[in-house]
Design a protein around this ligand. Structure first.
Ligand code: BG6
Length: 494
């Protein structure tokens, strides 16, 4: 969307030679997402011709053994889309450097593999290692004025720790060379929100409190936390999902039209939304938030253990579900509720934004129930946009009309059949890093403003003696989530 690359300029790099160094190069994120994404970019001719891709991790590995690991991960992900021809072009780019990030000497070896290329350092490691990596890169003379760094969440677990990480990054890289990933911003459907809102005149005049009754944003997962228990238990759904993905979605839905797609134009508008979020404090913590933890139940048709059972016996007060009522206190949205909800082990994998319009001011259809218009933007599993409208049921009744809500449906996978379905969000993000475009990356002030809002809620929870309410796996969360929305005479769209 942001940088369509015309075929004629494909494979022409703006920079003569570049090196993408992936710290955590044999880790889960790298093998499941980053390398397959790079492979798909290769397939489409979008990688700079002499881009070298260097995986680093602690263990000693030959280049060939590393390439074999990458190949198997790419094959798993690509399935029938795997092509030997593309692989033959991609494999020669791969190198491996064993780097213990605490060992300064190892970084000079990395320098040898990089061979004076302009570098992008992708830190796909625990943030606890960011400091050591950055420092040692600098000591080894690998950071140049044109080097960039890409960092993955979690960037901290509260405002203070986030600021400490950001300070470390800022001591080595200027803000315009720091790319903070929120992978939701790489999803086609999320970028399409900008197109829906700002490439059409239809919705914008209605996109405000006068016409919109409320907004719902749901990111529901059927999976549990499984192998990620120890990470997750330290974070919970509020920090893991709401602080980043849900607040990014909310910002894109609520923001004012940016002047252009420039990184700062878009991010300036998003941050104004975050700054307008009413802090949830005091009694509002109880009224406007609900949290839950899954217990054993049935998910995806199979019996599923409870969260605490997955820990190997430890009990925990970490939430795996959270629902919130947020208010954006500005002229456009004052008084419009934004309901946010996310959780693990819910009945369906479904992420959607529902814009619920107001009811007609007066019905001329007698006692017929009129359903208010509703725009649903489905992000996953399929990308769809649907608009529910009231219609007359065809009939020869003479006494009034029978009406029924019907949907105008736009199925994006159907409309763009020739496109590879379910692209990996990282394909777009890596391409944007290679093109030096920060529009889809989170700016420091955005991230810290989001943490400030989240910290207030966490603080409120910590001062209450209540724990997350249990909900059976395979259900839509605890009853408190239903009470939260019903208190305002609304209900969750399922
Ligand atoms: C990650 C969270 O950021 O997003 C995970 O850490 C979550 O807990 C994942 O499962 C969801 O991403 P997606 O793209 O599958 O919706």
């Amino acid at each position: 969307m942001l940088h369509p690359v015309p075929a004629s300029t494909r494979a022409k790099s703006r920079h003569a030679s570049e090196g993408l160094v992936i710290f955590g190069g044999t880790g889960d994120l790298a093998l499941r997402m980053l390398f397959p994404s790079l492979y798909f970019l290769e397939d489409e001719g979008l990688l700079p011709p002499d881009l070298r891709i260097i995986g680093t991790a602690r263990s000693d590995l030959e280049d060939a053994a590393f390439a074999a690991q990458v190949k198997s991960a790419v094959q798993t992900r690509a399935g029938d889309d795997f092509s030997d021809e593309t692989w033959a072009r991609f494999a020669p780019r791969l190198r491996y450097a064993a780097v213990d990030v605490q060992d300064a000497a190892a970084f000079s070896r990395l320098g040898e593999v990089l061979e004076a290329r302009r570098a992008i350092f992708y830190l796909s490691t625990s943030p606890a290692l960011f400091g050591a990596v950055c420092q040692n890169l600098q000591v080894a003379g690998l950071v140049r004025d044109d080097s960039r760094v890409v960092v993955e969440k979690p960037i901290g677990r509260d405002l203070k720790s986030c600021q400490a990480i950001n300070d470390t990054l800022a001591s080595i890289f200027t803000e315009d060379r720091i790319f903070r990933v929120d992978h939701y911003l790489g999803k086609e459907a999320v970028q399409n929100l900008l197109a829906l809102r700002f490439a059409n005149t239809l919705f914008e005049p209605l996109w405000n409190k006068a016409s919109i009754d409320h907004v719902q944003i749901t990111v529901a997962e059927t999976v549990g936390v499984e192998g990620r228990w120890s990470y997750y238990d330290d974070y919970g759904a509020l920090r893991d999902m709401v602080q980043n993905h849900l607040l990014q979605l909310l910002s894109l839905v609520a923001m004012e039209p940016p002047a252009s797609l420039d990184p700062d134009s878009v991010r300036n508008e998003k941050i104004k939304v975050l700054q307008s979020l009413r802090p949830i404090t005091g009694r509002d913590v109880e009224r406007n938030t609900a949290r839950g933890q899954y217990i054993a139940g049935v998910a995806d048709g199979r019996s599923a253990p409870g969260y605490a059972d997955e820990s190997g016996g430890d009990s925990s007060e970490t939430e795996t579900f959270v629902a919130l009522l947020a208010h954006v206190d500005n002229w456009r949205w004052a008084g419009t509720p934004f309901y946010l909800r996310t959780g693990k082990r819910l009945p369906a994998r479904s992420s959607e934004i529902v814009i619920q319009f107001r009811e007609v001011p007066h019905s001329i259809f007698g006692g017929v129930d009129l359903m208010a218009n509703r725009l649903t933007i489905r992000l996953q599993p399929e990308e769809e946009i649907s608009l529910a409208l009231m219609n007359k049921t065809p009939s020869l009744e003479h006494n009034g009309m029978t009406l029924k809500p019907l949907s105008l449906n736009l199925s994006l996978s159907h409309a763009f059949k020739d496109e590879r379905p379910r692209r990996i969000a990282y394909e777009r993000l890596l391409l944007e890093v290679l093109h030096d475009n920060q529009t889809l990356f989170v700016r420091r002030d955005e991230q810290e403003t989001a943490w400030r809002w989240i910290d207030a809620i966490r603080h409120g929870w910590d001062h209450k003696s209540t724990k997350p309410s249990p909900y059976p796996a395979g259900t839509w969360g605890p009853s408190s989530a239903f009470a939260l929305i019903e208190r305002h005479a609304h209900s969750w769209c399922e």
